[in-house]
Design a protein around this ligand. Sequence first.
Ligand SMILES: Nc1ncnc2c1ncn2[C@@H]1O[C@H](COP(=O)(O)OP(=O)(O)OP(=O)(O)O)[C@@H](O)[C@H]1O
Ligand SMILES: [Mg+2]
Length: 353
Amino acid sequence: MEEENKYKEWLKKHNLQKNPFILEINPSLFVGYQQQISNLLSNIKQQQKLILLSGPTGSGKTTIISYLKDQNKDYIYLNKPPKETNDLINLSDYFIKDLGFLRKIITRKPKKINDLPSFLDKIITRPKVLFVDETHEASTEILEWLRVMVDHVKNLTFVFSALPVFDDMLTKNLETLKKRVTKKIELSALTKEETEELIKKRIKHAGGEDIKPFSYNMVDYIYSRTGGFPRDVILLCNDLFNMAVEKNSDIIDHNLMEESNKKQIETSLKMDNLKHIPEKQKMVIDIIAQNEPITPGDLIPYFDEYQSNKHALRAINNLLGRLIKQGFVERKKEGKSYSYKLSTSTRTILVKG
Ligand SMILES: Nc1ncnc2c1ncn2[C@@H]1O[C@H](COP(=O)(O)OP(=O)(O)OP(=O)(O)O)[C@@H](O)[C@H]1O
Ligand SMILES: [Mg+2]
């Protein structure tokens, strides 16, 4: 209870209605990525058939799509790719509901997936866009059908959003689909100015003013620690924010940061360490950087010097274990297996490097 009061008091003192750094996806808090957005919109206008929006976890793929989908009623948004061909058929509903009153009543969606492409081609009579988020999770079968739709449904533009690993998946399994991607748009990170804007927008949204309670020079610090990756920016701000509440400090500035500073020193130490780690570990870091999050199994193809997959997997798990111990890599349980990604500080070092 006391904790809660302390928190409320602190918020009140700063005219804040809530913690500004909750990890919510709110299109009105959108900043930056203007180049990518205008690129995306211009390709949509040209009615390109297949556009790929690619970026590492936390770079803002879902946020960009959520921001755009509200702006046009011809934009359809799937937060996951369809799982089964039946789900794919059910997509018809989005388009049937646009038909005139009478046609809507008499139109039946196809029973068989084979009939879906021509059906959609017939009923979609003005340009529409289908955004599919997390496309890297789609099965090969679903992707094959999406490819057929790319070919046969004239008025439909597909925008697939996916982790960078999707590229490799396409190269390995679906070269034919890969060839149909006419534009790839990459999200990397925000600039320092955009990072500042993100912080200010969130503070304002929570009722606060300008960048308060942060001091201005904290922007440099936040940017240098996160490399401008949106999710990391929000997480770090959240940490700093809670630290300020904890210490009942009126301003979030360098004085507040003994603890954070310690971490920063660790980061610079790590930068040196990173230069001196064995080649194999370096290679794993590189692969993770380009494909995160990644499972040990995903790494096997890069280790072809072992006599079997089982041997390779053992070596990989050893390497990952060492990287975790040194703080370069983090792992997260996902279903039955673990997925690995770079720790924030490692990513910052690589971005700077
Ligand atoms: N351009 C942006 N402006 C403001 N906030 C952003 C922006 N991009 C991302 N964010 C914030 O960063 C967080 C992560 O973004 P988002 O979930 O869109 O990333 P993602 O690329 O979809 O990640 P994942 O691959 O893990 O799904 C969200 O809380 C979101 O509010
Ligand atoms: Mg997402």
